[in-house]
Design a binder for this molecule. Structure first.
Ligand code: ADP
Ligand code: GLC
Length: 482
């Protein structure tokens, strides 16, 4: 079959700029599409934090017009690691010169509208006629609108369709309604949700949902959940109306997450020989300053953004009960909302200094060591579009403790203590349920044969990206008939 021409545009791409799983998914998808022989144009900002990279030159002298604002931009290129695909990084110091990815203010609307326009400009400068523009989350969700109006005159885009992937409905890119004019989209006012303009706001994500050829999200269960009011965050009606254009494609795990080859681990291991995992456990305990005297004591690890999404409100009435009662270690790496950071600081510093550790911040090597060196991985999310860590942990022989929601429901099979399952799963969003589930997990840990079976089944799972990328390609090919 003919290879496709695919333009991917996103605010984050691993390893250049990452705040969460979005970056991992975009990088893996681009890499696998390229490896499968498709022509990929991957466009992202050149953030200030990317200053240390070496870049090749791309088109220069691009002017990005947004209402009265005009931004000078140039394209710089750099290869995507593990691939010879050249990433197009949009250099525009007035927009992306700062260190942060997101500032949480109106400036973000300009920055990411500009990024979205830049993707079209890259296609034009390079004569790249995309079959698909695949945009991700609210940041680039105006692409379908730009295609429909602003770039509709250009025959280059005559055969172009759009796919919007929703990685997280919790972030919608809502701004005051007058932003429409300030972004220079006054003539396109009719394409925004009229009731919401009247109510005084505009939402980038909603606009994308209205106009993309098709929509996808990162697991089948989440695709269903967001069509209901509880998880629809006000967009469920619109998503129901587009249900036959909404698809769920589960995320995968990329090559850098493999306990046989992981460059961040002091020892390697696989499903037939877990001795290296014990070395990782020792190294992890040493690294965070916990005793290595008795390696049989179970370690529960966690790597996460500290937001309500991740279920941390369940922790204060469950985990300390166990830490008090059991010989147990808890290691958390993450950062986020102040209230969680200060709680976990208290838990590790004041309440259980010999049993718990909180490492505040972002640390790629430590995140790999936690996945490998822990015995159980905690991920009790309130909601989870897909989630990556529960997949990593299964492959690393570290059964995840998860709530049955979104992608967690689709990727973890519940252990029943009788030779089935790959993780420990609970339903009710309550501290009580989490406590009971952690108790069950520790009980399973205490039965080595049963626990080893859970580890083995998890480690043998196939979460590889080849299959995932092929699902996207199938969907891209169907776009013209949708
Ligand atoms: P989300 O995108 O909602 O944060 P995911 O599970 O999809 O959740 O992806 C999170 C990604 O970010 C994983 O690769 C995880 O290992 C990584 N991550 C999150 N917090 C940290 C941290 N503090 N240090 C290193 N990696 C982190
Ligand atoms: C979002 C979601 C997470 C998902 C990731 C990548 O950040 O919170 O569940 O895995 O995007 O799709």
């Amino acid at each position: 079959m003919q290879p496709l021409r695919i333009c991917l545009v996103a605010s984050e791409v691993t390893p250049f700029a990452k705040s969460g799983g979005l970056a991992d998914v975009v990088a893996a998808l681009a890499r696998h599409l390229h490896a499968a022989g498709h022509e990929v144009m991957l466009v992202m900002p050149r953030y200030g934090r990317m200053a240390g990279l070496e870049f090749g030159e791309g088109p220069t002298g691009i002017v990005l017009e947004l209402g009265e604002a005009r931004f000078q931009a140039a394209v710089r290129t750099t290869p995507l690691p593990g691939s010879d695909l050249l990433v197009r990084c949009i250099e525009a110091p007035d927009l992306f010169g700062g260190e942060a990815l997101y500032y949480g203010d109106e400036g973000d609307a300009f920055r990411f509208a500009a990024l979205t326009r830049a993707a079209f400009e890259c296609c034009q400068r390079e004569g790249f006629a995309p079959d698909v523009i695949h945009c991700h989350d609210w940041h680039t969700a105006l692409a379908p609108l730009y295609l429909r109006r602003v770039y509709a005159w250009d025959r280059l885009f005559a055969g172009t369709r759009t796919l919007l992937t929703i990685h997280n409905l919790a972030y919608q890119g809502r701004f005051p309604a007058d932003l429409v004019e300030r972004l220079g989209l006054g003539a396109e006012r009719d394409l925004f949700h009229q009731d919401h303009l009247a109510e005084g706001y505009v939402s980038f994500l909603e606009t994308g949902i209205l106009h993309a050829t098709a929509l996808s999200t990162v697991s089948r269960t989440y695709a269903r959940e967001i069509q209901e009011s509880e998880q629809g965050r006000g967009l469920d009606g619109l998503l129901r109306a587009r249900a036959d254009h909404l698809f769920g494609i589960c995320n995968g795990v990329d090559i850098d997450w493999n306990p046989r080859t992981d460059i961040h681990l002091p020892a390697h291991y696989d499903v037939d020989d877990l001795s290296g995992k014990r070395e990782c456990k020792r190294a992890l305990l040493e690294r965070v300053g916990l005793s290595t005297e008795n390696l049989e004591i179970p370690v529960i690890g966690c790597v996460s953004r500290l937001t309500p999404q991740k279920g941390f409100d369940l922790v204060p009435d469950s985990l300390p009960v166990l830490l008090q009662r059991e010989e147990l270690r808890f290691i958390l790496l993450g950062s986020g909302e102040e209230r969680y950071e200060s709680y976990f600081h208290w838990l590790s510093h004041d309440a259980f200094p010999s049993k718990a550790r909180f490492w505040r911040g972002y640390d790629e090597p430590l995140s790999h060591l936690i996945e490998a060196g822990s015995d159980l991985f905690l991920m009790p999310s309130l909601f989870e579009p897909c989630g990556l860590n529960q997949m990593y942990s299964q492959l690393y022989g570290t059964p995840p403790v998860v709530r049955r929601t979104g992608g967690l429901a689709d990727t973890v099979e519940a252990a029943d203590g009788q030779g089935r399952g790959t993780g420990i799963v609970f339903d009710e969003y309550s501290s009580h349920a989490l406590l009971a589930t952690l108790e069950f997990a520790l009980y399973l840990y205490g039965r080595p044969d049963e626990f080893r079976g859970i580890q083995e089944r998890g480690m043998r799972r196939d979460f590889s990206w080849q299959g995932r990328a092929a699902e996207y390609v199938d969907l891209y090919r169907r776009l013209p008939s949708l």
